[in-house]
Structures are given as structure tokens and as C-alpha cells.
Design a protein. Sequence first.
Length: 209
Amino acid sequence: MSFKSILSIFFLLISVQLFAQDRAMTATEIAPFKKVVSNAVKVKTLSADFTQYKKLGFVDKEIISSGKIYVVHPEKMSWVYSSPTNYSMIFKNNKIFINDQGKKNTVDVGKNKQFEKISQMIANGIAGELDSSKDYSISYFQNTGFNIVQVTPKAKDAQKYIQQIILSFDKKDNQVAEIKLLEPSKNYTRFVLKNIKTNQTINEQVFAN
């Protein structure tokens, strides 16, 4: 399976779109935001209900699906879809374990360095680790209800597959409320998270393949 095919699968799993009223944060606003998020949102485990909105260029309306996400940072992540069909993807040990209504498949992603970098960008954002690195740069914006973090990959190879990751933190509790993956084609996958629980015990069964 090609790297691009793997990313296509990942985008179907895994935001807030910036509007005109969003404005860039100042340096004096960024520092306390990063400190609060690091203290309040940095997680070892996370579980939440999610609704996924997938926009494809040839489809007028967003394709909607839903389910639950489970994360043990940084080792493993499980996306369990319950609507419109039963489907799960488990990320662990540099592999993706797919269960499509009983049909199982395993994808080895350990050899795809760009995929690993993109996956790490998402995981770091969910865990509240918001510092720029040699692999990506970070910009900060805000509007009335959300603080918004734009994560942009620096490597040209990564930019072929993903243009930007946009994380939206609810100002009420400083938790990640939405995640958006924007592709160079302007297609995107947007996730809205609800009923978020952090640093609680997660049943290991949800990571069983």
C-alpha cells in the first residue's frame, strides 16, 4: 500500500476553519495560553465521542460519521466508528490494525517517515505539546470562543500530503474541541470532540486487534 493511500485512510479517521473574525495572537497572549494548555490539557490518556466531517472536492456536502476515540499518549490510539458503519483503526507499534465489519487488515507504517511526523504533530497537539520543532512551525490565532493553533509541516515531502493541521482549544476549559486536517487539494477532514475525559483508566480491550 502506497504512502498516499495510507494517508488517505488516516484522513478518513482523523478543527476549526479560520474565519475573518479570527486574529493572530500577540506574543504576550501566546505565552500564558501555552502555559495554561500545557498544565490543563497535557494528557497521558484521553477518550471522547467524535463526529467526523469529510469534505471531498467532488461532493457538495460533508460526509459525516461518528464514534469514539481512545488515546494512550504517545504509544497508541484507537478510532472506533459506530455510524454509519462499524469500523475501527488502532494505531500501535508503528502499525495500523483495521477492522472493517469483521474484515481485518494490518498496515505497516513504520517505514513511512513523513507519516510518522504527521502523526506525531497530531498527537503532540492533542497532548498540549505546542512548541515548534525542526519538522513543523506553529502559529496562534483566537476568536470569541476558541484559541486556534495552526501546525504547518516544514518538509516538502510532508507538504505534498498535508498542508496544515488546525487545532481549536475551547476557551472555557482549554481542551481540544476540534481538529482539522487540510490537504493541498483543499479537501479536509474535520473532527468535533465531545464528552472528553483525560487521564482516566482506559480498558486495554479497545486497543486489541
